[in-house]
Design a protein around this ligand. Structure first.
Ligand code: AMP
Ligand code: GLY
Length: 419
C-alpha cells in the first residue's frame, strides 16, 4: 500500500516510524514532513492544509490511503475533498472534526449522547457570563473557538473567575461565545480510539503533562511529555469508559450523517464519580502518540486502513508488555516565544534503548537545528514505569541544544499510584 501522511510534528515522526514497519507498506510519502519522517518516507513540500493540493498529490502518486496527523487539515476539509475524490482517508470530515474545534458543539453532542461531562452553560454576553461565574465561584472558563491552547482558564475562586471571563470575552472571535463549566478534580488522562465511523478499538490509556513546568507549574502547552499505559483506569473500567464515552459519541456523529473515521480522543478527568470528558479531539494526541506507537504490539497500517474504509473489527489491541515514557525537549521561550535556529547535538549518543522523535526540527547545512517550540520527544520503553523513566531520562541527558528545557517529572503521578 502507498500511504500519504500529513503533518510535520513528533506525532507524525512516530506514525511514520510505526507505519514503516508494516509488511503491507510499499511507499510512504509525508507532506510536508520533517527530518524525522524523512528517515522513514519521502517528504513532499505540499501544503497539508490545502484540500486541492492534497487531492492532487494523492491522485498523482496513486496513494491508497491518506493518514491525517494534525487538526488543521481536517478543519480545512481535506478529508471531505479526499472522500469526494474516492480516496480513503484516516481522519474525519470537517463536520465531525468540529467536535474538537467547537467546545459548544462538543457539549451539544455529549448532552445528546448522554456522555458524562462537567455541567456547563454557554454564554454570548460577557456581562451575563460574569454574573454567572461570580455566583458559582469555582468555575472553568472556555472560549468556544480554537484559541491555540490559551482559551481555557481554570478559576478556583471568584476573582480569577471574573478575570477569566473578561479575558476570554476580550479575545475576539474565539471569545464571542464562551462555555462556563463545573471545575472537576482528579487525574487527567487521554483515552484514544481508532474509529471507522461506527466501531472502534481502544488504544492504551495515556497521560499527558500539559503545563510547562515540574509539578504542573506555569502555562499550558501542547504537552510536555506522556507515558502509557497509566495505572489509574485499567481492565473492565477502561472498557466501560469506552462504552460510556466513545461509543455514544460515535453514534451521535453518525446519526447526524457525519461519521467520525479517524481518532476520537477524549480528554478525561477521573473524578470520584467516574470518568468525565473535559474535551474531545478528532486526531492523535501529541506527545501521547509517540508513546502509544512504542506500546502498540501490532501492525498499525491495517487498522488505519480499516477505519478509513469502514471495515474495522472491534477487539482489544495487542499491546507490548511494560510501559513507555516520552519526554518533550522544548526550545527556549516555549510556549510564549520559542527561539529557533539552535544546533541540536548528541542525537547519535542516545543509548540504543532510547528513541527520539523529531518535531520542531529543520535541516541546515548538514546540521539539525531547532525550528519550533516542541523540538523533540525522547522516548523509552521499560519493564515498568520506573525503568522506562530511567531509560528515557538517560536518553534525554545525551541530547543538547542551547536554551533547551524539559520536565523532570514525566510519569511521576503514575509512579505514586503504582503499587
Ligand atoms: P481543554 O482545552 O478543554 O482540554 O482544557 C485545557 C485544560 O484545562 C485541561 O487539560 C484541564 O487541565 C483543564 N480543564 C478543562 N476543563 C476543566 C474542568 N471542567 N475542570 C478542571 N479542569 C479543567
Ligand atoms: N497532547 C494533547 C493534545 O494532543 O491535544
Amino acid at each position: 500500500m502507498k500511504v500519504l501522511l500529513l503533518g510535520s510534528g513528533g506525532r507524525e515522526h512516530a506514525l511514520a516510524w510505526k507505519l514503516s514497519q508494516s509488511p503491507r507498506l510499499t511507499k510512504l510519502l509525508c507532506a510536508p514532513g520533517n527530518p524525522g519522517t524523512a528517515q522513514w518516507g519521502t517528504n513532499v513540500p505540499v501544503n497539508a492544509e490545502s484540500p486541492e493540493a492534497v487531492v492532487a498529490l494523492a491522485r498523482a502518486e496513486k496513494v491508497d490511503l491518506v493518514v491525517v496527523g494534525p487538526e488543521a487539515p481536517l478543519v480545512a476539509g481535506v478529508a471531505d475533498a479526499l472522500g469526494a475524490a474516492g480516496i480513503p482517508c484516516f481522519g474525519p470530515v470537517a463536520a465531525a472534526a468540529r467536535i474538537e474545534g467547537s467546545k459548544a458543539f462538543a457539549k451539544e453532542i455529549m448532552a445528546e449522547a448522554g456522555v458524562p461531562t462537567a455541567a456547563f452553560r454557554v454564554f454570548t454576553d460577557v456581562a451575563e457570563a460574569e454574573a454567572y461565574a461570580v455566583a458559582q465561584g469555582r468555575i472553568v472558563v472556555k472560549a468556544d473557538g480554537l484559541a491555540a491552547g490559551k482559551g481555557v482558564i481554570v478559576a478556583p475562586d471568584v476573582a480569577t473567575a471574573r478575570e477569566g471571563v473578561r479575558a476570554v470575552g476580550a479575545m475576539g472571535s474565539a471569545g464571542q461565545r464562551m462555555v462556563l463549566e463545573e471545575l472537576l478534580e482528579g487525574e487527567e488522562v487521554s483515552l484514544m480510539a481508532l474509529c471507522d465511523g461506527e466501531r472502534y478499538v481502544l488504544l492504551p490509556l495515556s497521560q499527558d503533562h500539559k503545563r510547562v513546568g515540574d509539578g504542573d507549574a506555569g502555562p499550558n502547552t501542547g504537552g510536555m511529555g506522556a507515558y502509557c499505559p497509566v495505572p489509574f483506569l485499567t481492565g473492565d473500567a477502561l472498557i466501560e469508559a469506552g462504552e460510556r464515552v466513545i461509543a455514544p459519541t460515535l453514534a451521535a456523529l453518525k446519526a447526524r450523517g457525519t461519521p467520525l473515521r479517524g481518532v476520537l480522543y477524549a480528554g478525561l478527568m477521573l473524578t470520584k464519580s467516574g470518568p468525565k470528558v473535559l474535551e474531545f479531539n478528532a486526531r492523535f494526541g501529541d506527545p501521547e502518540t509517540q508513546v502509544l506507537m512504542l506500546q502498540l504490539g501490532e501492525d498499525l497500517l491495517p487498522l488505519l486502513d480499516a477505519c478509513a474504509r469502514g471495515t474495522l473489527v472491534s477487539r482489544p489491541l495487542v499491546q507490548r508488555p511494560g510501559v513507555s515514557v516520552g519526554v518533550v525537549m522544548a526550545a527556549e521561550g516555549y510556549p510564549e516565544a520559542p527561539r529557533k535556529g539552535q544546533r541540536i547535538d548528541g542525537l547519535d549518543a542516545v543509548p540504543a534503548d532510547g528513541r527520539v522523535f523529531l518535531a520542531g526540527v529543520a535541516q541546515k547545512e548538514g546540521d539539525l537545528v531547532t525550528a519550533g517550540g516542541r523540538v523533540l520527544t525522547v522516548c523509552a520503553r521499560g519493564d515498568d514505569l520506573v525503568q522506562a523513566r530511567e531509560r528515557a531520562y538517560a536518553a534525554v541527558s545525551a541530547v543538547r541544544f542551547e536554551g533547551m528545557h524539559f520536565r523532570s517529572d514525566i510519569g511521576a503521578r503514575g509512579l505514586r499510584a503504582s503499587p
